[in-house]
Design a binder for this molecule. Structure first.
Ligand code: AMP
Length: 441
């Protein structure tokens, strides 16, 4: 088995790694790091969760430390392009921790933050700059940044970049880069358009491909329940109440909707049932997104509702369940979603709610993952219980704390947990709030 010490990384990086307690390199790290240390271009087919950030950051930081250049004002030596703000800030966090025993300067620029602050950060030059394409172009156009000194370029999550319409921005950026540079290109999928884009960026690249989208799904226990769109909210409420009850097996739940509006609606309806949740999507301001993510990471609010784009690249450990409130129409997206619960080798549970008009999406997903997803029927008393839930809903402002927050953590009885979704026993209130509500009717 390959060890980090076999990969040829230098001392400051090994010291930083020692603090991470990673054990051994992941497959993409074992394969990509030696190639990148030689200065070669790389085409990586890998998704978030495989350890790809360290795979490109560790050797790049190593090379930056070991060449004796310093950043000049308003320039950067390594440029990492990422599609979303969350991913950009996560990559920058990683870069900072991997370079903590070196003098390298790391900065992040993305939309929704202060341009003035970006300008200040870049004034003296930085070693590593992590950016989303739109903000990067703004800064270049305003004369706060030049790309002529870029030694290493990384394009992360290229398929998502294309989906988000960044193609023109990317082409414009690549024209401003020096021809002599090392380029790294990562994508979870490699359709023809992405391959063409990669050819524009890379010169004679080595290719490393790990866990193609479909196979990460193997680590996740997957279930599907057939339910009318109109009844999904009640099913979700039942499932969360049961999952966060004393006998439940939920710790942290990420719920996906297809639209931003849908995400907000779920948050509101859950609040009406006394369950606290946050939403994260593109219409939220940067501070709102950071707060939602922060509260989810810290466990203060254990339910996060997300759209695909906002969730892409979110790296939160300890997500016990992913619930697909609506199925994605692109099967690869399903794999990305459920991958949030199987971070760095952990296992997890994914539950999909499938309405009649989503059955074709389900077939597409099963075809891609080459797995039949186990069907969990609705509980017998579902309709009556759904009716009860709808009736008991109160205005959101009246109840803001979730069921799981009402019960102190120390009261939780830890039992071996069944991983199959548990809908609880309808009609048998589990929380004091529910008991009070039932008795006051
Ligand atoms: P990434 O695919 O870069 O988003 O990384 C996913 C998660 O795996 C992050 O939380 C990393 O900190 C973690 N990670 C990266 N490399 C390793 C490793 N060799 N061993 C254990 N965890 C790792």
């Amino acid at each position: 088995m390959t060890e980090f010490s076999d990969l040829g990384l230098s001392q400051p990086i090994m010291q930083a790694l020692a603090l991470k307690e990673y054990g051994e390199p992941t497959p993409i790290q074992a394969r990509a790091i030696p190639i990148l240390l030689q200065g070669r271009d790389l085409l990586g087919i890998a998704q978030t969760g495989t350890g790809k950030t360290a795979a490109f950051m560790l050797p790049s930081i190593d090379r930056l430390i070991n060449s004796d250049k310093r950043p000049q004002p308003r320039t950067c030596r390594m440029l990492v392009l990422a599609p979303t703000r969350e991913l950009a800030s996560q990559i920058a966090e990683n870069a900072k921790s991997y370079s903590r025993f070196s003098p390298l300067k790391v900065a992040t620029v993305f939309g929704g933050t202060s341009l003035h602050r970006n300008k200040q950060d870049l004034a003296g030059g930085v070693d590593v700059l992590v950016a989303t394409p739109g903000r990067l172009i703004d800064l270049i156009e305003q004369g706060f940044l030049m790309l002529r000194n870029v030694e290493i370029l990384v394009l992360d999550e290229a398929d998502q970049m294309l989906d988000l319409g960044f193609i023109h921005a990317l082409k414009a950026i690549v024209k401003l880069l020096p021809a002599k540079r090392q380029s790294l290109f990562f994508s979870a999928t490699m359709p023809k358009t992405i391959k063409e884009l990669a050819d524009k960026f890379l010169t004679d690249p080595a290719q490393v491909s790990v866990a193609p989208a479909a196979t990460t799904a193997e680590r996740v226990d997957q279930y599907v329940t057939f339910v009318n769109q109109m009844e999904k909210q009640a099913l979700l409420t039942m499932m969360l109440r049961a999952g966060f009850s004393e006998r439940g097996n939920m710790d942290r739940v990420l719920i996906f909707t297809r639209t931003k509006h849908g995400a907000d609606r779920v948050v509101k309806l859950l609040a009406g049932n006394g369950i606290a949740a946050n939403a994260i999507h593109g219409n939220k301001s940067q501070p709102q997104r950071e707060r939602a993510l922060g509260e989810f990471k810290s466990g203060k609010v254990k339910i996060l509702i997300a759209t695909d784009i906002a969730a892409r690249g979110i790296d939160v450990s300890g997500v016990s369940h992913v619930i697909n409130f609506e199925l994605p129409n692109v099967p690869e997206q399903y794999v990305h979603r459920i991958g949030r619960t199987a971070r760095a080798g952990a296992a997890g549970v994914a539950i999909a709610y499938c309405a009649d008009d989503e059955k074709a999406y389900l077939r597409g997903i099963e075809k891609l993952t080459k797995q039949k997803i186990e069907v969990v029927p609705l509980p017998e008393n579902f309709l009556a219980e759904a009716e009860r839930i709808k009736k008991s809903r109160v205005a959101p402002a009246a109840t803001t704390r979730s069921d799981q927050e009402e019960r102190p953590e120390r009261n939780r009885v830890r039992r071996p947990k069944s991983r199959r979704p548990n809908f609880g026993h309808a009609g048998k209130p589990k929380t004091n709030r529910a008991r009070r509500r039932a008795s006051s009717r």
